[in-house]
Design a protein around this ligand. Structure first.
Ligand SMILES: Nc1nc2c(ncn2[C@@H]2O[C@H](COP(=O)(O)OP(=O)(O)OP(=O)(O)O)[C@@H](O)[C@H]2O)c(=O)[nH]1
Length: 537
């Protein structure tokens, strides 16, 4: 740390050790918004459930393009939520659940130190959960499992654990066990204390914590009869078949601690929150592009993991979300953007709490800062103070949907170019330039087709340049090099785009299907064709 730094290295380390930065990953409808509210409610960050997401006509975030979200009834907005729990600072980075917005979610996973995998007790491991889990595995993010909706009829607990083991190939280690089947939820027993029964009594309406009453084993049996010994037997069975709790194996992604509960009725949520404090790692030295690590106590460095436009309907603004990786972030400080070497001031820094913005005066490793209208920033950028830091670029995910964009009205081509380049910088879609088509007709590439709906909507309403999108018949993209580009340009592919260029200058070849790709590879075995991170299982 520099000598005029407001905090000593020891203070930064101390603050970092109190931070837990995590995200909730799940399939749509598993209860992510409900759990987020329940977690915040437990931590007394908000006074009544519903203040975060504004679902069901309650207070919340609204803006133009969130109309789209309302129309479709899904969450497309990410917000960072900070709250205190047991003298720790919890940073919950919310993620959109819909598969089509998953690029956003994948990027969020590079900003967190841990993920809660939310599983619907009746539906088990759904497709999006599996995909998100595979991203966590790829990024080395440890995963805590929460099996939700136990108040409703669902599958057997042991069966769900078998699925986690067999499908995700990670060993579940239950930390609590439900007393009573899904649909007849009586309470929980903690693996660490099988002499105690935590009985829950639901509060009608579900917006307050369920009442929790602790009783000993004899009382538990008296009240719950056979359900109590059955729960203990099942817990023993589940623990006996596994390796037991091992913090190192958890951090290495070999085991996942499992919790049961009901977000809606606030059952099991406190134990989950405690687990985030007790088990999840605090911010640690982060690897940089050159292979060195940036220690947390070094001067400020952070990574832009998300750019969100129009969070406030009153101002057409754009917020770059930065995860602080090292040092202290102080509002107003000058930081350097590693990609350009240019410096920028951070006068307009906020922490974002649902719809509420609080000015962020000082932030520590693990915290999320929103920089308003920092238009030079792109997703994946590193910002730093002092000794240079540059973190590796965020992974690019394999697009599977492609379309050519053209302005409806060519007299608005300036607005068209501005809009497309902004959406590219925000990472709403990947924008590819095709040598064949030129600048005026960029190829948009998406992981899910709903990303195109967002582009259509925002180009018309925000950039006043309505566009037409013509879908292209490709489904695969491969990264090549200059030599490969030559071969591809010469090859007359029947259904392939010879070559496109991403804004980071990566060269991408597009193919119609696997068959076409394989036939090209057979004819040109020496051409470099690398896969991007595939998100399909
Ligand atoms: N019975 C029961 N219902 C729940 C529970 N948790 C959530 N739900 C319900 O499940 C539905 C989906 O919950 P949300 O919290 O909106 O789910 P989500 O995962 O945020 O959904 P997206 O916004 O689409 O990503 C809602 O009707 C909730 O009331 C639970 O513990 N028990």
């Amino acid at each position: 740390m520099s000598t005029d730094s407001p905090a000593t290295a020891a203070q930064v380390l101390q603050e970092a050790s109190r931070r837990r930065t995590f995200a909730v990953i799940s399939h749509p409808d598993a209860g992510k918004s409900t759990l987020t509210e329940a977690l915040a409610l437990h931590a007394q960050a908000i006074t009544s459930a519903g203040a975060v997401h504004g679902k069901g006509g309650r207070k919340g975030v609204t803006s133009d393009w969130m109309e789209l979200e309302k129309d479709r009834g899904i969450s497309v907005t990410s917000a960072a939520l900070q709250f205190g729990h047991r003298d720790h600072v919890m940073n919950l980075v919310d993620t959109p659940g819909h598969a089509d917005f998953s690029e956003d979610t994948y990027r969020v996973l590079s900003a967190v130190d841990c993920a809660i995998m939310l599983v619907d007790a009746a539906k088990g491991l759904e497709e999006q959960t599996r995909k998100l889990f595979s991203v966590c595995r790829h990024r080395g993010v440890p995963v805590i499992t929460f099996i939700n909706k136990w108040d409703r009829r669902g599958r057997e607990a042991l069966e769900l654990l078998d699925d986690i083991q067999n499908i995700l190939e990670i060993t579940p280690v239950p930390q609590v066990w439900p007393v009573g089947n899904a649909g007849n939820f009586r309470g929980l027993v903690e693996a660490a204390d099988t002499e105690q029964f935590l009985k829950y009594t639901r509060v009608p309406g579900g917006t307050h914590e369920a009442e929790e009453e602790a009783m000993d084993a004899a009382a538990a049996e008296a009240v719950e009869g056979e359900l109590w010994p059955t729960a203990l037997e099942e817990l023993e069975l589940a623990l006996d078949s596994g390796p037991g709790w091992d913090p190192q194996a958890f951090r290495e992604g070999k085991i996942t601690p499992v919790f049961f509960g009901s977000a809606l009725t606030n059952i099991g949520v406190r134990l989950l929150l405690d687990a985030v404090v007790d088990l999840a790692p605090s911010p640690d030295a982060r690897e940089m592009a050159n292979g060195d690590h940036r220690p947390v106590e070094e001067e400020f460095a952070g990574i832009v993991f998300k750019i969100q436009a129009n969070m406030d309907p009153a101002h057409r603004d754009r917020i770059a979300f930065i995860r602080v990786c090292s040092g202290v972030f102080e509002r107003g400080m000058n930081v350097t953007r590693a990609a350009s070497g240019r410096s920028l001031t951070t006068k307009y820094a906020h922490t974002v709490f649902g719809a509420e913005r609080t000015v962020a005066d000082i932030c520590y490793p693990g915290d999320v800062v929103g920089l308003i209208n920092a238009t030079a920033l792109r997703v994946g950028d590193t910002l730093y103070v002092g000794k240079k830091a540059e973190f590796p670029p965020l992974p690019a995910f394999a697009p599977e949907h492609f379309a050519v964009a053209r302005p409806k009205d060519i007299s608005r081509s300036k607005q068209f170019r501005k809009g497309i380049s902004q959406l590219d910088e925000e990472g709403v879609v990947q924008v590819l330039t095709s040598d064949r088509r030129g600048d005026q007709a960029p190829v948009l590439a998406a992981v899910g087709p709903m990303q195109f709906d967002v582009v259509l909507h925002r180009m018309e309403h925000e950039f006043s340049s309505p566009i037409v999108l013509e879908r292209l018949p490709y489904s695969l993209a491969r990264v090549t090099d200059a030599a490969g580009a030559d071969v591809l340009n010469k090859a007359r592919l029947v259904t392939g785009e010879p070559l496109t260029r991403r804004s980071d200058n990566a060269l991408l070849a597009l193919f119609g299907d696997k068959w076409q790709l394989n036939s090209f590879v057979r004819g040109n075995p020496d051409v470099k064709l690398e896969t991007l991170i595939a998100t399909a299982d």
